[in-house]
Design a protein around this ligand. Structure first.
Ligand code: GDP
Ligand code: ZN
Length: 290
């Protein structure tokens, strides 16, 4: 009998597959019929397997992926939580937008901004945060330290396959720890402190949480935008698409006269911070191309 399951982790060529009743240790059948071009199985993949004992199976088929993140290597994510700090370090609009662009590029549908360390700044960053809400990103205000806002975050994680991303020091490990101390243990939030080498490469693992999964390593460990053409950047700023009617097509919304996006910024219908971040990233992409 063939069953469906999801790969949680791959360790020593053994695939840990979450089936309905248990985690089944699977091997690949000699020749696996692939539903996609990538031969390597990774966490998040949905597979069909045959059980050969109560705890062991053989993988027969891989379902096509809906998306694939490279760093860490995980498939079929449903959600990315960009974590930033409200203070210490102060939120930098360019850094936040850069992570949001990386999230947009990943093809993962749900993108949330989670602003941690709200205990350090009551209300001070509200204007900045509201700008992202206006774009359409849900913004959660939390404090891992004071344990506030955690229920809202937990609700957002329920049933989803989530990776946390964001600059280091924003408090991703602290948040996972505050949500569930066993998550923190599994993510290495503790072992990191006792000196796990910074250069140790870690394979990603899906950790069951709230009826869904959380990926144990943060996403986009590199912040460079690679493989993106300058003219593709505007599509990663979803709010720009509401302002059509630029005189030139295509329009890079930078130097062209009669630009509807620039007009909207001048009329304060689009956030100045977001537009400035767009121009900074556009300049960076153009200089890479030369
Ligand atoms: P990561 O690099 O994103 O995993 O960040 P960490 O979880 O290691 O946290 C970075 C630093 O911020 C640590 O010193 C934490 O103690 C601190 N921190 C984390 N969350 C909070 C919070 O909600 N409030 C305050 N004041 N500090 C926090
Ligand atoms: Zn334009």
């Amino acid at each position: 009998m063939t069953e469906l399951g999801r790969i949680l982790k791959v360790y020593n060529s053994v695939l840990h597959v979450a089936a309905k009743d248990a985690v089944i240790l699977c091997k690949l059948r000699g020749r696996v019929k692939k539903g996609h071009g990538d031969a390597v199985l990774i966490p998040g993949d949905v597979v069909a397997f045959e059980r050969i004992s109560p705890k062991e199976g053989v993988i027969e088929r891989i379902n096509a992926r809906t998306n694939l993140l490279r760093r860490p290597c995980v498939a079929n994510l449903t959600q990315i939580v960009i974590t930033a700090a409200a203070a210490s370090p102060n939120p930098h609009p360019l850094v936040i937008s850069r992570f949001l662009v990386l999230a947009e590029l990943s093809g993962v549908k749900k993108i949330i901004l989670c602003v941690n360390k709200m205990d350090l700044c009551q209300g001070k960053q509200e204007d900045l945060l509201v700008a992202y809400e206006v774009v359409g990103y849900p913004v959660l205000r939390v404090s891992a330290k004071q344990r506030t806002g955690l229920d809202a975050l937990r609700q957002r994680l329920a049933g989803e396959i989530t990776v946390f991303a964001g600059p280091s020091g924003a408090g991703k490990s602290s948040l996972l720890n505050a949500l569930d101390s066993s998550l923190a243990l599994a993510t290495g939030a503790v072992s990191e402190r006792i000196g796990r080498g910074r250069h140790t490469t870690r394979r990603a693992e899906l950790l069951p949480f709230a009826g869904g999964y959380v990926v144990d390593t943060p996403g986009f460990t590199r912040q460079e935008l690679t493989g993106l053409a300058p003219e593709e950047l505007a599509a990663c700023f979803p709010e720009f698409s509401r302002h059509t009617g630029c005189r030139f097509t295509p329009c890079s919304h930078s130097h062209e006269p009669g630009c509807a996006v620039k007009a909207a910024v001048a009329a304060e219908e689009l956030s100045r911070e977001r537009y400035d971040a767009y121009i900074a990233l556009l300049t960076e992409l153009r200089s890479k191309r030369k």
